[in-house]
Design a protein around this ligand. Sequence first.
Ligand SMILES: Cc1cc2nc3c(=O)[nH]c(=O)nc-3n(C[C@H](O)[C@H](O)[C@H](O)COP(=O)(O)O)c2cc1C
Length: 148
Amino acid sequence: MTKVKIVYASLTGNNEAIADYVASGLTARGLDVDVEEMSQALADDLADVDVAVVASYTYSGVTDGELPDEAIDFYEDLQELTLPALRFAVCGSGDSTYEQFCTAVDQFQAAFLQAGATPCAEPVKVDLAPEAADWAHLDAVVAAIAAL
Ligand SMILES: Cc1cc2nc3c(=O)[nH]c(=O)nc-3n(C[C@H](O)[C@H](O)[C@H](O)COP(=O)(O)O)c2cc1C
């Protein structure tokens, strides 16, 4: 059975909802799914799964377009890994009024590629709370993973 780990960073619930939606879809298709909040997750654990899904918001500290604080350890540890057998998908909700929209999605996409992992779906960027078109994009992520 395909093992999937979903890791999310969420302050106000949008990315948690995305993670839960993807998890529900994959569980309904019979996959073995584990969901973890990013500050509690260990990047090393990705070596033990077939597919990783990350959902992260984007924050602003010194500049716009930064990773959330609670994502830093996971992100930096991911950058140290080599994961050639891993498939992955990245999604995230941000806010398009910021010039650096959803850049956390781009950063995680690049980190997984750098680790040698293979994307199984296009990155999904959501503007604030997901709407019908966003759920449809997430359905496509679920379908792509379920088809592996
Ligand atoms: C202080 C602050 C800074 C933010 N900076 C950015 C940003 O630079 N780029 C972006 O796309 N979204 C930015 N956002 C928007 C959040 O990423 C967006 O509200 C997201 O939906 C939050 O996800 P969550 O509900 O999972 O916490 C910022 C939000 C806050 C409160």
